[in-house]
Design a protein around this ligand. Sequence first.
Ligand code: 5GP
Length: 235
Amino acid sequence: MKLLYEGKAKKIYEADNPNEVICEFKDSLTAFNGEKAASESGKGELNCAITTLIFKALEKEGIPTHLIKQIDSTKLLVKKVDIIPIEVVVRNIAAGSLSKRLGLKEGEKLPFTIVEFYYKNDDLNDPLINDDHAMILNLVNDRKELDILREYGRKINEFLTKFFDKIGLTLVDFKVEFGKDKDGHIILADEITPDSCRLWDKKTGKKMDKDLFRFDLGDIKEAYTEILKRLKEVK
Ligand code: 5GP
């Protein structure tokens, strides 16, 4: 397989069909823009399974995704897209960079859900941007596309909040990425995993996401395995 691109958590390979690519989930773990790095054997497999389950559920809800099918334990066949270099972050509860930037206490429920855009650029440390910044950087064609990203972010949040609630998890916040398919349609790409979401156990309040790795709080494999187990039980 011809490697087209290697990122921090995934490798992208050419597929037989030029409109498709193969996305492999790696075991590597990084945080703070790659400053902290490690590897956790089996993490790629867990995240591949978790993303597949969530993307299939989102498709049923009418949210288009790049997923075509899972090929093996760490690989997905996906639609080839041009990634829009905007990280769409949706937050229900204060945590992470929001708490740090605005001095909000971690765990404080926000009066309403907020959507933020970050410019996906490692050299600049993925800065927070507004619509005007996205336009002057030509990250999208027009402002309507930014509205589409926000709208999808909110829809995904509405669905996932209920979905995770059913399995005893609070969806604190998450990051999603979108791309344009061959027809120019905006579809959900990348992943939705405990690497890209904050998920807290409702009973114990324990963190079950990448913050365990970011702040050396516990075993991510145990937490991700538990999340996958619970997701498989969702009716
Ligand atoms: P924060 O801005 O508080 O660091 O992150 C907000 C949410 O988006 C968290 O759930 C975090 O995991 C996710 N997120 C933000 N940036 C990235 C990123 O570059 N990679 C991944 N995997 N998740 C991110």
